[in-house]
Design a protein around this ligand. Structure first.
Ligand code: PMP
Ligand code: GLN
Length: 390
């Protein structure tokens, strides 16, 4: 029989689904896949309920409900002083994941080069390759995840169509600095390239570190698409409502793919997200402050047990080096062991690098801290008992 698509056929099941499946099977506390264990604000849930009951629940406009597109533009004005025309510069998608696919399918021509920075969020590479793009990978590495300017410069050429930039970044939990972004902006101008900016964790940065959208740098408004997600901003990862803003030409290109991918996104959820984006600024500030306290709680616990814990400047995640615990095996083995034997699920780092276990980074586990304090404490307890620490 004929083969199915060979590019996607190469990939196994995503590590998030694999580790969550294992955690469920072994009744482990799941600090692997990144999702909060408490749903977001009750008033947003109530708004979704009202919108569902009142309807209509038929196809909304292809580009998204005007009220959500306006709210997304306004939100970017309030937080980043971006001046956007909602009619030409915003689009709603079914999650950031669909936005990423729509950007790649809408912008990339087969043979175009695309610069990516590893470790990478899992869908970037398969979607890019399926779109016919040629990946040019640059690595950041623990413990400090410094951007290698020279390697980045070398990755760009006249064939570069765009860079995929994720800040705050999953899984490294790095927040790009203005200097780094200026360097990237210079390369985009030099090579006439675009940027897909995955900023789903925009409101989750810590210790006063600001989130700076690349789009706010001089000359970048014409070159960037900035992607946001209700999943992260309102702690409802199952909702899959994404809102992107960007240059009109780029949003139009994205819409060409979106109309054939999903066409629309559930209208009731769009209404509730529009309502949510209009919430008082305090809500967005407290989201980060609450998460920072959780980061500290888990970080302290894991450090006491003996993990070497990297700085987490943003996101939901802590990167930890488990070698000090004396475990004899790679990160995939470690995370399986942890889930089955200690009753705590985590995600290995190597799948986020090309080459996986051969990547040279196979001694790191990612822990997720967007959980209730009592659950984090219970996880720390279980790990302490297992490793005989504390
Ligand atoms: N980008 C990054 C970096 C993520 O961590 C996630 C995780 N959910 C997504 C995109 C996907 O977002 P969504 O659930 O809105 O599709
Ligand atoms: N973004 C989440 C994480 O990094 C998972 C998303 C997914 O399961 N696809 O854990």
């Amino acid at each position: 029989m004929k083969p199915t698509n060979t590019i996607l056929g190469e990939y196994g099941t995503t590590i998030f689904a694999v580790m969550t499946g294992l955690a469920i099977e072994h009744e482990a506390i799941n600090l692997g896949q990144g999702f909060p264990d408490t749903d977001g604000p009750a008033d947003i849930l109530a708004d979704a309920e009202r919108a569902t009951k009142e309807g209509p629940n038929q196809y909304p406009p292809m580009m998204g409900l005007p009220e959500l597109r306006q709210a997304a533009a306004q939100h970017n004005k309030i937080f980043y002083d971006l001046d956007l025309d909602w009619q030409t510069q915003s689009i709603v998608t079914s999650g950031a994941t669909e936005a990423i696919a729509a950007c790649l399918f809408g912008l990339v021509e087969p043979g175009d080069e695309v610069v990516l920075i590893e470790p990478l969020y899992d869908c970037y590479l398969p979607m890019l390759r399926r779109a016919g793009g040629v990946p040019k990978l640059v690595r950041i590495e623990p413990p400090h995840w410094e951007l290698p300017y020279e390697a980045l410069e070398e990755a760009f050429s006249d064939k570069t169509k765009l860079i995929m930039l994720n800040t705050p970044t999953n899984p490294a939990a790095k927040v790009y600095t203005r200097d780094e972004l200026e360097f990237i902006a210079g390369l985009l101008e030099k090579h006439d390239a675009y940027a897909i900016c995955d900023e789903v964790y925009e409101h989750l940065t810590y210790d006063g570190k600001p989130h700076i959208p690349l789009m706010t740098l001089p000359g970048m408004a014409e070159r960037c698409i900035k992607i946001g997600s209700a999943g992260k901003t309102f702690s409802m990862t199952g909702w899959k409502v994404g809102y992107s803003v960007g240059a009109p030409k780029l949003i139009e290109a994205m819409s060409k793919a979106h109309q054939f991918l999903t066409f629309t996104t559930p209208p009731n959820l769009q209404k509730a997200v529009a309502y949510g984006l209009g919430k008082e600024i305090e809500y967005f500030k407290s989201l980060g402050a609450d998460m920072q306290a959780k980061r500290d709680r888990l970080s302290e616990g894991l450090t006491k047990i003996g993990f070497e814990v990297m700085d987490s400047q943003g996101t939901y995640f802590l990167a930890t080096d488990f070698r000090p615990l004396g475990f004899n095996g790679d990160d995939v083995e470690f995370c399986k062991h942890l889930t089955i034997e200690a009753g705590v699920g985590a995600v290995p780092f190597s799948p986020f690098y090309q080459g996986g276990l051969e990547s040279g980074v196979s001694h790191f586990a990612r822990f997720c801290y967007c959980k209730q304090d009592s659950l984090l404490d219970e996880a720390i307890d279980r790990l302490a008992k297992h490793f005989g620490g504390v």
